[in-house]
Ligand binder design. Structure first.
Ligand code: ATP
Ligand code: MG
Length: 825
């Protein structure tokens, strides 16, 4: 018998319970209080708030006041004395949303609520429940929650113990499979037979073993938080019943994004009194990739027969142009219930559409626009920075904005993650660069000496530290000596030796490549002898190539390539973006200085800040001004999600577009660029197919000043579709020399030339007679013996920059390249 049996509630909650006991009159007095908050609602919302008994499903489009109704419903429950704050279970999607909801409820009921302990995310609520009943699943209440790193290490041990080839069957793959199973609510015992072949038929057994091991460690992973609680509810009906009685009312926001395990949990809790109110929008389901199932919404009416279904159609958030644009896009989805939305806010600014040369240009333009809104130009009232947001599809896109805003001193905040240069992978990568540039940078060395894991324990690291201190030398030097003396042995010692040699080589490459005319014997200064040519290096490397080399040879890129967690692809993209950002600088050192300076350009305390966040994180939020950059096929819709999930993936991307546009209250600007580096390749980007789906009459096409000259700009009055087609046509004709004569293309060419001037190898290539080399054109498809097919993206003397289809972007010597049309097959 456990003590919760007598008294399942924490003391704070008990206190409020007794307050209730003595407060019967108070409760009635509260019930008699007027409810002015009801006056703010339309009749349907009011019905959702006042139908307190029985199941309620509110299924409605964006901005129709679902969250508002849900919040008001909580206030109403409290105000009428139907429930105490701690008897209401309310699920929000983020902790931030939970905080906001509490505040709003407080305002409605005049601040009398004593906190709502059961208002939070699924994870936070389950964590709380599991701590109370841990022993029922053989855990102790002080269990640890493993992060993904720990989880993986554990899985690796199991995989190894089974003699499984980690190369063919990486532990990360197993970790992904287990997450999915947990999202579906499957324990090792309830795993269906259909899964038996998973992970080379070993998945189910390893799952069981992993769960046993976690129990031994008194640990859980994130998926377990929910799964264990569901198991407890299923195995111990008496426990379940207590909570069913205790939570008199259950409310769930963003219901379309619940997964099966969450759904089971809710259904179990609600089955007693059935006072459950769920609100959602099937058009905003954007977490399918994490196991969310829109089908849960459709099942609601089956599971809770007699449910009151409420549909809201008036959108209170956006102007009619914005709403129409969003509706136009989402209409292309086949798999949807379909709704009509209207708004009283007629007119206003149309959705603006604009194309740019590249991501930096896009960031510069948006920076100016943010300032323009802030000042109040174009006859508009000034709109503060807090009311403006930039919503991106992929987090690597943030870098260009952050750099730009730091440069012009515009305060900004990044929601849902650290700022670009503060991200873990960016700091790691820069630590490598720092040690190459200044080998005595101990802080940087310490950061990456065992990242990725090189088998250097605390002891080895302490040895290096002590030796460095004793001898007054840098950690790198100390490591070098210790390795040479054989003082650090084993796998760690070997790996450390490789790292030290790596640093020596990378630095030598940097020095030799940067030396003036390293291949030219005209300049010889005996006081400052030329650096020696590093062995095996035929040609100097640009600092951009060197950076890539460092990340690859150190094993850092591979570390994230092997990582199968959902964050890994994003981190790899961020690394590519970092390397790309390097192009704008003379050398590594210049870049590192830039970062140090912009990061100290501190606008932290500014009162108002523009928000940068991902579309996923923006769910449920609203801003008067919204910018949606990067609407290019491949980036948005994301190629990966289309490759992985086909039509379903595309439809989820389209819902994300719908979520994006519907965040805007008054101004929405969509942009795309002609050149984007994605997955490490410069691409002639095509405007997103979603742009084609924007209804023309609600869109205003802007021409960036001076960009694309008359060619692209002349289309300013054309339909978005025609415009987009013209743009893609331009791309298709890229191989056609005529195009290069257009003023727009000339400008692109100039830009491209300007870019290549920054390459240190340029100067040397100047001596080569360009007429002697085969003539290629930007955009031309070519074939290279080693790298296969690709498209020329830059010309520079006898060298071409080619975006190879398989090998990524490379600089190659023109004479090794053949025009694709000449390849004989
Ligand atoms: P989403 O689907 O994006 O989560 P939602 O349906 O939850 O949207 P809310 O965020 O609740 O919508 O409301 C959108 C905006 O409309 C808010 O600013 C809210 O205050 C306002 N609003 C909602 N209902 C009303 C109403 N009846 N009268 C006036 N304003 C309203
Ligand atoms: Mg909402």
């Amino acid at each position: 018998m456990t003590d919760w049996d007598d008294d399942p509630f924490e003391s704070a909650e008990r206190a409020s319970l007794s307050a209730r006991a003595s407060g019967g009159i108070a409760a009635r007095a509260m019930a008699a209080r007027p409810a002015p908050y009801l006056d703010d609602l339309n009749p349907e919302q009011r019905r959702a708030v006042e139908t307190l008994d029985g199941p309620v499903l509110m299924l409605a489009g964006a901005g129709t006041g679902k969250t508002k109704a849900l919040t008001t419903r909580i206030a109403h429950l409290l105000n009428t004395g139907r429930a105490q704050p701690n008897e209401i279970l309310a699920v929000t999607f983020t902790n931030k949303a939970a905080r906001e909801m509490k505040e709003r409820v407080g305002r409605h009921v005049g601040g009398v609520i004593e906190g709502m302990p059961w208002l939070g995310t699924f994870h936070s609520l389950c964590n709380k429940l599991l701590r109370r009943h841990a022993e029922l699943v053989d855990l102790k209440s002080n269990f640890t929650i493993l992060d993904t790193d720990d989880q993986l290490r554990l899985l690796k041990q199991l995989v190894q113990a089974h003699g499984i080839d980690d190369k063919r069957w990486p532990a990360r793959m197993l970790s992904g499979i287990l997450d999915q199973w947990k999202n579906r609510g499957w324990t090792p015992e309830t795993l269906p037979a259909s899964e038996s072949s998973a992970y080379n038929h070993k998945g189910p057994a390893l799952y069981a073993e992993y769960q046993r091991r976690l129990i031994e460690l008194n640990a859980v992973d994130f998926g377990d938080l929910l799964l264990h609680v569901v198991t407890i509810f299923q195995k111990y009906p008496d426990v379940l019943e207590k909570y069913q009685r205790w939570f008199k009312y259950i409310l769930v926001d963003e219901y379309q994004d619940t997964n099966v395990a969450q759904y089971l949990w809710l259904r179990l809790l609600a089955q007693g009194h059935r006072n459950i109110c769920c609100v959602g929008d099937d058009d905003q389901s954007i977490y399918g990739w994490r196991g969310a199932e829109v089908g849960n919404i459709l099942r609601f009416e089956k599971d809770f027969p007699g449910a009151t279904t409420i549909r809201l159609e008036q959108n209170y958030r956006s102007t009619s142009h914005i709403l129409a644009a969003a509706s136009g896009v989402i209409a292309a989805n086949e798999d949807r219930l379909g709704k009509t939305l209207w708004t009283q806010a007629e007119g206003g600014e149309k959705v603006r559409l604009i194309g740019h040369w590249d991501g930096d240009e896009e960031a510069r333009w948006i920076g100016e626009e943010v300032e323009a809104y802030q000042r109040g130009t174009r006859g508009l009232d000034p709109i503060g920075l807090d009311d403006q947001a930039i919503l991106v599809r992929a987090s690597f896109q943030m870098r260009a904005f952050e750099d730009r805003f730091l440069t012009i001193g515009m305060p900004y905040r990044v929601i849902g993650g650290p700022r670009f240069y503060e991200r873990m992978e960016i700091r790691d990568a820069m630590a490598y660069f720092r040690v190459v540039v200044s080998p005595e940078d101990d802080l940087a060395f310490e950061r990456i000496v065992n990242t990725p894991k090189r088998g250097l324990g605390d002891k080895a690291q302490a040895t290096i530290n002590a030796f460095a201190r004793e001898n007054g030398i840098s950690l790198l030097e100390a490591a070098d000596t210790l390795v040479a003396d054989g003082a650090i042995k084993g796998k760690g010692g070997k790996a450390l030796g490789e790292l030290v040699r790596g640093f020596a080589r990378w630095r030598a490459i940097m020095l030799w490549s940067a030396a003036p005319a390293a291949t030219d014997d005209a300049v010889i200064d005996l006081d400052d002898p030329l650096p020696e040519r590093p062995e095996g290096l035929e040609e100097p490397l640009s600092h951009v190539e060197l950076a890539q080399l460092i990340l690859d040879e150190s094993g850092y890129t591979g570390h994230w390539q092997n990582d199968k967690t959902p964050e890994a692809p994003g981190r790899l993209e961020n690394l590519k973006e970092l390397v790309r950002a390097l192009e704008e600088f003379e050398n590594l050192q210049g870049f590192l200085e830039h970062v140090a300076l912009v990061m100290s350009n501190d606008t932290e305390d500014a009162a108002e800040k523009v928000t940068i966040m991902t579309l996923h994180a923006a769910k449920g939020l609203e801003f008067p001004v919204v910018f949606l950059p990067g609407w290019e096929d491949g980036l948005f819709p994301s190629q990966r999600s289309m490759d992985e999930s086909g039509m379903k993936g595309l439809e989820e991307e389209r819902r994300l577009a719908y979520v994006g546009i519907t965040r805007a209250e008054r101004h929405c600007t969509i942009s795309f660029v002609a050149n984007r580096l994605t997955y490490g390749q410069w691409n002639n980007a095509m405007p997103s197919r979603f742009i084609d789906e924007l209804p023309e009459e609600h869109v205003d096409i802007l021409t960036p000043p001076g960009l694309y000259g008359g060619g692209f700009g002349a289309a300013a009055t054309a339909s978005p579709k025609a415009q987009a087609m013209r743009e893609s046509d331009l791309m298709d004709r890229a191989a056609n020399a005529d195009v290069y004569k257009s003023p727009g293309w000339a400008r692109m060419q100039r830009n491209s030339a300007r870019r290549s001037v920054r390459q240190p190898t340029e100067a040397r290539n100047m001596v080569i007679d360009a007429s002697a080399t085969p003539a290629f054109e930007v955009g031309e498809r070519v074939f290279h013996q080693k790298f296969g097919y690709g498209k020329v993206t830059g010309l520079e003397g006898d060298k071409l920059t080619v975006a190879f289809e398989k090998a990524g972007e490379k600089k190659v010597v023109a004479s090794y390249v053949t025009a694709a049309t000449d390849v004989p097959f």
